[in-house]
Ligand binder design. Structure first.
Ligand SMILES: [Zn+2]
Length: 365
């Protein structure tokens, strides 16, 4: 066993094989799945579904190249689980939630947790925010609802990349997570026929992910098993974790955005307001006094705080246009500090340009 396994630390391994014709990812995601289970108090079948999505998310996150890229995987479906949402970054951070964390349904015909039954029919969406103007968006219909097969289909149909995805979550008797992990194997364009044939043979003979993890295989060994007969080159190993970047400040921003009138109504009710983060289920409590402070602090435009910022700027524009040229330089004397003086200078320049345009128009006519 390697060091990471002994320390029990989750990690993703990235590699290639067959001279770069295959790229491969594998992850141990036991701890992050258990963290998610505890945060959301998920039932065993909900834990299995969420754990599979988190494992896929963390590997697909690592596939992205840009520092600030962001991946969102979303299943919108009819089953009792009411959908799954996961987001991941390229640094091994992943977070997510299911619509109904407490769903309980009978085991499937094989006596296993019925993830497909909990998920139901629906679609899989992949959104990649790569810092471009528009995010990349891919969507495919769910094939089985078991998630690994749905992702395999997604890669083929939407990204035209032949792939093999294996995901697994094994629960302990006390309903904590015993094992979680998976792999993604992808074929690059122009892969040789014999490479494909060998890989297909390997995958047909492969044991389930949970069996491999349970027998003590690390992600690296899992890759070597899937890619048996190929020279596997490991390109990197990175720790991964369940991590949410929410904090009180972000929640305050969201609260302010619902509008001052609504917050005033809450203050009048005199009760504490509790907001929960979807992704990590952290609770944020605001007392009426907290809300009052928020409203006062959001008062960035002084006496005009009921107006939208756009309205304030529209009004400012109209006011500036009406300032006479002679008056404009007096403005500068009125400035209270250097910053305000700079702002007034911009306004003065604006008025000056208006004046020049008017002079040109007059001359022409
Ligand atoms: Zn959060």
């Amino acid at each position: 066993m390697d060091r990471e396994k002994i320390e029990g630390r989750d990690h993703v391994v990235r590699g290639t094989a067959a001279g770069g014709q295959i790229r491969a990812f594998a992850a141990d995601a036991r701890e992050l799945t258990e963290t998610a289970r505890q945060a959301h108090d998920t039932s065993p079948v909900a834990t299995a579904a969420l754990g599979r999505m988190l494992t896929a998310g963390v590997m697909m996150g690592v596939m992205m190249k840009g520092e600030k890229d962001l991946l969102t995987l979303q299943i919108r479906s009819q089953g009792p689980l009411q959908g799954i949402t996961v987001t991941a970054d390229p640094h091994g951070n992943v977070k997510g939630y299911v619509g109904n964390p407490h769903v309980c349904i009978p085991a499937n015909a094989q006596g296993k947790l019925d993830v497909a039954g909990a998920v139901g029919e629906g679609s899989l969406q992949v959104i990649k925010d790569l810092g471009l103007k528009e995010p990349y968006l891919g969507q495919t219909e769910l094939q089985t609802g078991e998630i690994a097969e749905d992702l395999t289909y997604y890669f083929a149909a939407s990204e035209q990349i032949p792939s093999s995805v294996g995901l697994g979550v094994l629960m302990d008797k006390n309903n904590t997570v015993r094992q979680a992990g998976g792999f993604i194997i992808q074929l690059m364009p122009d892969t040789q026929e014999e490479v494909i044939a060998r890989l297909e043979k390997n995958i047909r003979g492969l044991k389930p992910v949970t069996t491999m993890l349970e027998s003590g295989l690390t992600p690296r060994q899992m890759l070597e098993t899937v890619l048996d007969g190929f020279d596997v080159e490991v390109l990197g190993t990175a720790p991964c974790r369940f991590y949410c970047n929410c904090d009180r400040q972000r929640v305050e921003k969201a609260l302010i955005s619902i509008g001052e009138k609504e917050i005033e109504d809450m203050i009048r009710e005199g009760k504490d307001v509790e907001l929960n983060c979807h992704f990590c289920n952290s609770h944020y409590i605001f007392t009426p006094e907290d809300l009052r402070r928020l409203v006062d602090r959001s008062d960035i435009f002084g006496g005009v705080r009921c107006m939208s910022k756009a309205k304030v700027l529209h009004d400012l524009y109209e006011q500036c246009r009406s300032i006479e040229f002679d008056e404009s330089y007096d403005l500068l004397k009125e400035a209270r500090d250097k910053e305000e003086e700079d702002f007034f200078r911009v306004v003065t320049d604006f008025i000056l340009r208006q004046k020049q345009k008017a002079v040109v128009r007059e001359k022409r006519s």
